[in-house]
Design a binder for this molecule. Structure first.
Ligand SMILES: [Mn+2]
Length: 354
C-alpha cells in the first residue's frame, strides 16, 4: 500500500465520519496500491478502515499489495456475500463505481450497516503529490513533442483517421502504446463538434484542423488540444481563433489557490461573450486530470470548488460554429502556491500549416 496516500484518505474518512470505505474504481485502487486490477464485469473491492486494508479480488488479477489482506474469488458467484462478510458493522462509505447490481444485494445482506456515498479517495486524488506532478509533467512533455511531430505531417486529401494514425505512431515512437484513447482529429465542419468522432473526412485547404489527444503514460494522463488551419484561413477563422486564445489566456490568468473553478470558467466566458460568441461555447472550461483523463475537480456552475495548490486540471475554452468550423485550445496546469505552472508548451499562436 502507498502509505502517504492512504494517510490522506484516512484523514478524509475521519472528517466525513466514515469508519470504513469500499473502493471499487480500478483507478482509485491503483492510487492506493500502485497496482492495476481489471475486474471487467466482476467485483473487485478494497476495504479501508483506520487500521486495516483488505481486498476482495478476482483470482486471475495480479494484484498483491503489501500490508493488505487479499481474499481471492473465482468465477463461481457469491462475491457479494464474500464482500458482505468482510465488512464491519460501522458507518461505511461506498465509492460511486460500485454497481447497483452489487450494492443493492449487499445492502440487503447487511441491514446493520449504515451506507453512504464516499468521495474520500476522489478528494485525496485531487491534490497531487510531487511524484504525481512529475509524472503528469512528463506525460505532457511527450504529448507536446507528438503534436510538434504529427501536425507537421498534414497533407491534402488525408483523412481524419489517417492523421489520427500519425499521432498514434508518434506516441509509439515515444514508447507509448495504443491503449487509452485514440486522438480526436477533426477537419473542417467536424471541428465544430466538441465531441467529434473522427472518420473519413478528407483534409482540404481552408479547413480548421483541431486535434484533442492525451495518453495515460506511467499511470498519468496528458490531454491537449491545438487547432491550426490548413494552407489558408478566413477573417472569421482568424477572429474566432484570437477570441479562443484570449479566453484560454484569461482563464489561465485566473488560476491561483482560493479562486473557485467556476470563476476560472467565468473568466473564459467573459472573453467569448464579449466577442459575441457566448452561444457557441457549450461546455465547461476545466476538468481535473490524473490517473483518469477526467476526474475531480470538475468545474460545474452549481458546485463551489475552491482551487488548491497541487490540483491539476485542464483549461480548454472553445467556440464551435455548427456546420462551419470550431476552435479549442487546451492546456493542463498544476496549481502552485501563488498561481500555476503550465504543463504544455506547444505553441498556440495562430498558425497556418502548409
Ligand atoms: Mn480535456
Amino acid at each position: 500500500m502507498l502509505q502517504d496516500r492512504l494517510a490522506r484518505v484516512r484523514d478524509r474518512m475521519r472528517k466525513n465520519n466514515l469508519e470504513q470505505i469500499i473502493v471499487t474504481q480500478p483507478q482509485s485502487i491503483f492510487y492506493l496500491t500502485g497496482m492495476w486490477c481489471n475486474p471487467m464485469d466482476r467485483l473487485d473491492a478494497l476495504i479501508v478502515t483506520q487500521d486495516s486494508c483488505r481486498m476482495l479480488c478476482y483470482v486471475l488479477a495480479v494484484i498483491e499489495p503489501e500490508d493488505c489482506q487479499v481474499s481471492v474469488y473465482a468465477d463461481t458467484g457469491e462475491t457479494v456475500r464474500r464482500l458482505s462478510e468482510m465488512l464491519d458493522p460501522v458507518a461505511t462509505g461506498v465509492d460511486g463505481w460500485l454497481h447497483s447490481r452489487f450494492l443493492l444485494p449487499l445492502m440487503q445482506l447487511r441491514t446493520d450497516i449504515p451506507f453512504s456515498v464516499s468521495r474520500c479517495v476522489e478528494e485525496a486524488r485531487m491534490i497531487k503529490t510531487p511524484q504525481e506532478i512529475a509524472l503528469l509533467r512528463r506525460a505532457s512533455e511527450i504529448t507536446d513533442s507528438v503534436f510538434a511531430d504529427a501536425l507537421g505531417k498534414l497533407r491534402e486529401g488525408m483523412t481524419e483517421l489517417e492523421l489520427g494514425g500519425v499521432f498514434s505512431e508518434s506516441f509509439e515512437r515515444h514508447g507509448v502504446g495504443r491503449f487509452a484513447g485514440d486522438p480526436m482529429v477533426c477537419f473542417g465542419a467536424g471541428s465544430a463538434e466538441p465531441h467529434h468522432a473522427p472518420g473519413n473526412a478528407r483534409l482540404r485547404p481552408g479547413d480548421a484542423v483541431s486535434v484533442d489527444t492525451g495518453k495515460r503514460i506511467d499511470g498519468y494522463f496528458s490531454d491537449m488540444t491545438r487547432t491550426v488551419f490548413f494552407r489558408r484561413a478566413t477573417e472569421e477563422q482568424r477572429r474566432v481563433y484570437q477570441v479562443v486564445l484570449e479566453a484560454n489566456l484569461a482563464a489561465l490568468e485566473a488560476v491561483k489557490p482560493g479562486v473557485l473553478l467556476s470563476e476560472i470558467h467565468q473568466a473564459a466566458c467573459r472573453v467569448i461573450e464579449r466577442a459575441g460568441y457566448g452561444a457557441y461555447y457549450p461546455h465547461r472550461t476545466s476538468h481535473g486530470i490524473g490517473i483518469d483523463c477526467h476526474e475531480e475537480p470538475t468545474d460545474a456552475s452549481d458546485r463551489r470548488i475552491p482551487v488548491e495548490e497541487g490540483m491539476c486540471f485542464s483549461i480548454e475554452p472553445g467556440i464551435y460554429l455548427p456546420g462551419n468550423f470550431g476552435v479549442r485550445i487546451e492546456d493542463l496546469v498544476v496549481v502552485t502556491a501563488n498561481g500555476y505552472s503550465l504543463l504544455n508548451h506547444a505553441p498556440k499562436d495562430f498558425t497556418i500549416m502548409e
